[in-house]
Every structure is written in C-alpha cells, then in structure tokens.
Design a protein around this ligand. Structure first.
Ligand code: ATP
Length: 135
C-alpha cells in the first residue's frame, strides 16, 4: 500500500468541487487518511512547489495556490500515487486530461487545473511531511 498527497486547489474549492473530488477518490477504492482545509502561506507554497523555482510560471503559481483555501488530503491504497494521477488526468486539462478524469471533466486551464497529486514515492513522502508533519 502507498500514500499520496492530494490537494483540491483554490479553483476547485471556489467552484465547489471538493465533494466531487472526494467522491471520485472513495469510489476508486482509495482511503482517506487525513483531510483538512488550509490557507497556504507563501512559505508552504514555495516549499511545495520548490521543483518549479526558476520556471517562468513560478511566481504566478505561488499567487494562485495562495489565493484562497485549499483542501489537503492524504490518500492511501495500492498504487495510490498512480491511481490518483489517473483520476486527476494530465496537467493540461484540454490537451492532456482525458474526459472522465477530474481535469478532463471540469478544467480548462493549465495553471487552474483543480487538483494536485504527488508524482512519485519520493515526492509523496516529502509532501506528506510538509503538509501533515504529525502523520
Ligand atoms: P501537480 O504537481 O499539481 O499534480 P502536475 O504534476 O500535473 O501537477 P507539474 O508539471 O508538476 O504538473 O506542475 C505543477 C503545477 O504547476 C500544475 O499542476 C499547474 O498548476 C502549474 N503549471 C504547470 N505547468 C504550467 C504552465 N506551463 N503554465 C502555468 N502553470 C503551470
């Protein structure tokens, strides 16, 4: 079994898609281990997205992720990392995410793409420690 960090980003919360995302996680058979609404400060945002530091969209990404509350969750199950990335769909909701995925069904923009899911076991461990240090 494996754990992954999931975020419903500010656009997803604003659009009232938290329930939709949770339903899809649960319907897939994954378990919720932790679930919390959080407002992200600049420091957490920069740490979370450290790998994108220096990219042209980095400052815009920090603005976006700190623009309103997010819902953070730790999700567990067999191959949870890949399973949630399948549920989310590709980064660009139009060019990459298939219909039937969260981004494919509800998203239009690459930055405001509704959800985040860890992309590897190393990222998952790092992100879970960052968001839920007590776990
Ligand atoms: P996440 O890590 O949030 O699950 P991802 O792994 O699909 O997304 P990454 O390439 O790690 O995508 O990018 C992280 C986030 O940065 C994206 O989800 C998106 O919000 C934003 N982003 C990525 N590429 C761009 C871009 N070209 N322009 C604007 N925003 C971008």
């Amino acid at each position: 079994t494996e754990r992954t960090l999931v975020l419903v980003k500010p656009d997803g919360v604003e659009r009232k898609l938290v329930g939709e995302v949770v339903v899809r996680i649960e319907r897939k058979g994954l378990d919720l281990v932790a679930l919390e609404m959080r407002t992200v400060d600049r420091e957490l945002a920069a740490q979370h997205y450290a790998e994108h530091d220096g990219k042209p969209f980095f400052s815009s990404l920090l603005e976006f992720i700190t623009s309103g509350p997010v819902v953070a969750a730790v999700v567990e199950g067999p191959r949870a990392i890949a399973a949630f990335r399948q549920l989310a769909g590709g980064t660009d909701p139009v060019e990459k995410a298939a219909p039937g995925s969260i981004r494919g069904d509800f998203g239009l923009e690459t930055q405001s793409n509704l959800v985040h899911g860890s992309d590897s076991p190393e990222s998952a461990a790092r992100e879970i420690k960052l968001w839920f240090p007590s776990l």
